[in-house]
Design a protein around this ligand. Structure first.
Ligand SMILES: Cc1ncc(COP(=O)(O)O)c(C=O)c1O
Length: 561
């Protein structure tokens, strides 16, 4: 009898263990299915593979013929490159000199300089088309470098510049005047912070506000609050989405250690919803609405522009539908839905992405432009989620401070920005924004197509990316032709063009003329020659072979001839 009971207990335990393993296995499988097929969707593997990529540089002939172009095309490229190099070194001489001088002391300059083009081409480009990073002044939609050259600004200052530089200059000056009597007092507030909180609550439709020093910090705080209140460990981010440089939201390349409590899942996918429905350890889902322009792909920097596979397509309705589904699952599972609007915030609509897509989040982060031109990060949220202590557990707190949080000068510039949003002028600016920018993009694309240039732009309102319509290994050169025509891009090149909303039709027409002229010059110089047999796959295969050869047979640093 006793033996029978023990045996039964064993069987019972065994059955329970099997059942548990089956459930665990099923959950694991669901998680794998919800990861995007690309390397971007597999952070750990991406990091490991990245560590294996050997450096090598194309020298001389190979630099101009990495796509095996015929001799006459190579000659045109060489001549075009030499002409461009002379233009750069004369027209931008002083700006280049000052950049080179500063570079040894400013590590950020060295980094951005190294990652403007694919590394195989970088050494030659840096020598012949040196970076010129300094500017001395701005007005309207243009900026002037140290040599007196005027550029149309397509860099958007990382997205900060929504209303035009003149607005921010004035906001900073007016704001500084309003808080001058107090000065840089921290801890105690200047009274104008109260109006900021009120306006931010109105805009976000949420109950409380906290101020931080950068978008990265705002995201850190939002995730920390979500973990604290749900008592769960994991955050979900979507494949390719940028949320600042904090380790937990940057689990792949760029972060020296793995992020163990981050799931990177596929955007706009039913598999992802299944994971959210079944896992119990998910505290929050982070959404960067910019991904609507290129779901599941990273920010498109020219440093990885080795072929023409860059794709983008913005479907506002489809993305809004996805956000609604996400909202429903998060509500059902008590998962905190965080919209990271640091970039898109006041660019798409006055009420931000929540208004633009018609979906409400539990926490929203803002940054960049909302500082009125000064450094900022903001979290808005439901009051139950914003609370940093528990009434009945006094030692169980969610710590978040920051010396410069709510700096009076920043609060004052922010106040100027937020007050401006309330004006009829701002209403007029945001009215019809998508139509204006969609039409501009279509107009430019028509011109490019009419001239049979292998370039097109894809836009999400005033945020644009350049795509390439035929295969080429040399698209990264386009940024240099654009600069030669007086268009200033950020260091990520043609991957992201950001227009400020004060661009007039005349300003835009000037940009379009220059854009077309740059593409024509690049085409005439032969950079877009391509063999019809070449595909994205074949280019990637060739590069992979080069990497393997260099990894196996080359000493550390070699040039390919
Ligand atoms: C969506 C998003 N979140 C967070 C950040 C980080 O902001 P910051 O650079 O101010 O730290 C950025 C910056 O580009 C961003 O685009």
């Amino acid at each position: 009898m006793e033996w029978g009971t023990t045996t039964l207990a064993f069987y019972g335990l065994g059955a329970a263990a099997v059942a548990t393993s089956v459930v665990t296995l099923r959950k694991r499988l669901e998680l794998s299915q919800a990861k995007h097929r690309s390397l971007t969707g597999h952070s750990r593997i991406a990091r490991r593979l990245a560590a294996l990529v050997p450096f090598y540089a194309y020298a001389d002939e190979r630099f101009f013929s990495s796509d095996d172009a015929p001799a006459d095309v190579v000659a045109r490229r060489c001549a075009g490159f030499a002409r461009l190099s002379t233009l750069y070194k004369t027209r931008f001489a002083e700006t280049i000199r000052r950049t080179a001088e500063a570079s040894a002391s400013i590590s950020d300059l060295q980094f951005t300089d190294a990652y403007r083009v694919p590394f195989q081409y970088s050494r030659r480009v840096r020598a012949d088309l040196p970076s010129a990073t300094f500017m001395q002044s701005t007005s309207g939609v243009t900026m002037i470098d140290l040599d007196g050259n005027r550029f149309y600004d397509l860099s958007g200052s990382y997205g900060v510049n929504v209303l035009g530089y003149d607005f921010y200059k004035e906001a900073i000056a007016r704001g500084a005047a309003r808080v001058r009597e107090l000065g840089p007092v921290l801890g105690a507030y200047h009274p104008l912070i109260v109006e900021n909180a009120k306006l931010l609550k109105e805009i976000s439709g949420l109950d409380e506000v906290s101020f931080h020093m950068s978008g990265t910090e705002a995201v850190m705080q939002a995730v920390r609050l979500a973990r604290y209140h749900t008592r769960r460990s994991h955050l979900v981010r979507f494949c390719g989405a940028y949320h600042g440089w904090w380790g937990d939201v940057q689990p792949g390349i760029g972060n020296p250690v793995p992020a163990h409590e981050t799931y990177t899942l596929t955007d706009m996918s039913a598999d992802t919803l299944r994971v959210l429905r079944t896992r119990r350890n998910i505290a929050c889902v982070l959404v960067n609405p910019l991904q609507a322009l290129h779901p599941n792909a990273s920010d498109a920097a020219d440093s990885s522009l080795l072929d023409s596979s860059r794709r983008a397509h913005f479907d506002r309705e489809a993305y809004a539908e996805w956000l609604k589904e996400l909202r429903a699952v998060c509500t059902e599972r008590n998962i905190v839905l965080i919209f990271d609007e640091v970039f898109v915030g006041f660019r798409l609509a006055k009420g931000g992405a929540q208004d633009y897509f018609g979906v409400r989040a539990d926490l929203v982060t803002y940054g960049k432009t909302i500082g009125g031109g000064l450094p900022i990060g903001v979290v808005c949220g439901r009051s139950d989620l914003m609370k940093r202590f528990r009434d009945h557990r006094p030692a169980d707190i969610c710590f978040a401070r920051g010396t410069f949080n709510a700096h009076p000068y920043v609060m004052a510039a922010m106040n100027e920005f937020l007050r401006h949003l309330q004006t009829p002028q701002a209403d007029a600016l945001y009215c019809d924004l998508d139509r204006i920018w969609n039409e501009r993009a279509q107009r430019l694309n028509r011109r490019l197509a009419d001239e049979t240039l292998p370039v097109e732009v894809v836009n999400m309102s005033s945020i644009w990316t350049v795509c390439y319509t035929q295969q080429s290994r040399n698209n990264w050169m386009f940024q240099y032709y654009l600069r030669a025509e007086g268009l200033a891009l950020s260091w990520t090149g043609t991957g992201r063009l950001i227009f400020s909303l004060n661009y007039t039709e005349a300003d835009f027409a000037a940009v379009a003329d220059r854009f077309v002229a740059a593409a024509k010059a690049m085409q005439q110089d032969g950079w877009w020659w391509h063999s019809p047999a070449v595909t994205s796959k074949s280019i990637r295969r060739t590069i992979l072979k080069e990497m393997i050869v260099h990894r196996l047979f080359s000493p550390r640093d070699r040039s390919t001839h």
